[in-house]
Design a protein around this ligand. Structure first.
Ligand code: HSE
Length: 404
């Protein structure tokens, strides 16, 4: 019998309890022994909820109970989640979490404690919700050198961009509608500014290269400046705007960024719309592999957490080696990263063409029918070259990177 203690009976925590109860038999068969809920920790009471019988308000009860084998952390936030997770591991319990902030900040330290104690620290649900991506990176893709990770890692922003594309509406209108429907948070900053995707690509990149990539080091651009005009230009180019968390091996260096990008229909992630997430991983042996599914939601995310609980149950007394050292992964300077750029400038093509060619070289002009501006797509140039050229042009309205 494997006993589980869940910290936090919110959306994901209650989903974990539901799955462990509803799928009890199939889980038991696959693990080889029963998995049961022993405690749920929450500050609140839940009168009438069956969980009432196992509800506790004091974490020490779970920590000090030698019969608890696996602790599930679904509280969110850094504190006291970090202290509770650390204490659980030190008490010889495996921990499964959906908390990306915790994993991005304290991943190497918590993995090391788990290794020292011969237990496991697992975090499948911290990136891509229900999509299996952490376990594939750790095991299925383990023989490969990871050359590139490119992910639509945030459902809220993918929904907003999809609605802007399909309805031709402005960002603010779609955001308000998404908030009214409950698809976007009241405070949408973490999603729309790219901070959520930034932590997720930090986790994936750290795992891919075995070193700590601090999310603060990743260039991050959200979608708040994407306008209905950008969407019109995208349609002219038979492209879509998506926000990507991406990282790439360039020689012996690694680049990483979160930014909106234009992709054409040849791109494997072109049809990933609405709240769905998808991650494309390029291995040097396996080639391209793609993971698609629900990046959020109660049961999808909880399913990923329970898959970790089952893995812990199958590996009692065995630490599954996870290569993610505390050594810092130094990113290549942003100025050296190469991209193609779609650039909008004020004025007509006739007025701008000579100067644009002078500073950017050959470009492809895009006319979306606006009298006061036009656009063009550059060749691959470095971010540093782009910045200097845009400054010298002086009338750039906006730019979006072009992933082709
Ligand atoms: N706010 C996140 C999203 C939830 O929209 O994808 C999952 O991290």
């Amino acid at each position: 019998m494997i006993n589980v203690g869940v910290l936090g009976y919110g959306t994901v925590g209650s989903g974990v309890v539901e799955i462990i109860q509803k799928n009890h038999d199939i889980i038991a068969k696959r693990v080889g022994e029963e998995v049961q809920m022993k405690y749920v920790l929450d500050l609140r009471d839940f009168p009438g909820d069956p969980v009432e019988k196992i509800l506790v308000h004091d974490f020490e009860i779970i920590k000090n109970d030698p019969e608890v084998h696996v602790v599930v952390e679904t509280m969110g936030g850094l504190h006291p989640a970090y202290e509770f997770v650390k204490a659980s591991l030190e008490a010889g319990k495996s921990v499964c979490t959906s908390n990306k902030a915790l994993v991005a900040d304290f991943g190497p330290e918590l993995l090391q404690i788990a290794a020292d104690k011969n237990v496991n620290f697992m975090f499948e649900a911290s990136v891509g919700g229900g999509i299996p991506i952490i376990r594939p990176l750790k095991s299925s893709l383990a023989p490969d050198e990871i050359e590139e990770i490119s992910g639509i890692l945030n459902g809220t922003t993918n929904y907003i961009l999809t609605e802007m594309t399909e309805k031709g509406s402005a960002f603010d209108t779609v955001l308000k509608d998404a908030q009214d429907k409950g698809y976007a948070e009241k405070d949408p900053t973490a999603d729309v500014e790219g901070f959520d995707a930034c932590r997720k690509i930090a986790i994936l990149t750290s795992l891919a290269y075995g070193k700590q990539l601090d999310f603060e080091d990743i260039y991050t651009e959200g979608i708040t400046k994407i306008t209905d005009r950008d969407i019109c230009y995208a349609k002219k180019m038979d492209a879509k705007v998506k926000i990507f968390g991406s990282s790439k091996k360039v020689g012996d260096q690694v680049s990483a960024m979160v930014a909106p990008k234009l992709i054409t229909r040849e791109h494997p992630l072109y049809s990933v719309d609405g709240v769905f997430n998808a991650i494309l991983v390029k291995g040097n042996m396996v080639g391209d592999v793609m993971f698609y599914g629900q990046g959020a939601g109660k049961l999808a995310t909880a399913s990923a957490v329970v898959s970790d609980v089952m893995d812990c149950a199958r590996h009692q007394g065995i630490n599954i080696n996870t290569l993610w050292d505390a050594d810092k992964l130094q990113l290549m300077p942003m100025d050296d990263v190469k991209n193609k750029f779609f650039v909008r400038v004020s004025g007509t093509q006739a007025e701008n063409a000579a100067k644009v060619t002078e500073v950017f070289g050959a470009v492809k002009a895009i006319d979306a029918g606006y009298a006061d501006e036009y656009g063009f797509v550059t060749d691959y140039i470095t971010e540093g070259t782009y910045a200097k050229a845009a400054e010298s042009l002086g009338n750039v309205i906006s730019k979006i990177r072009f992933d082709s």
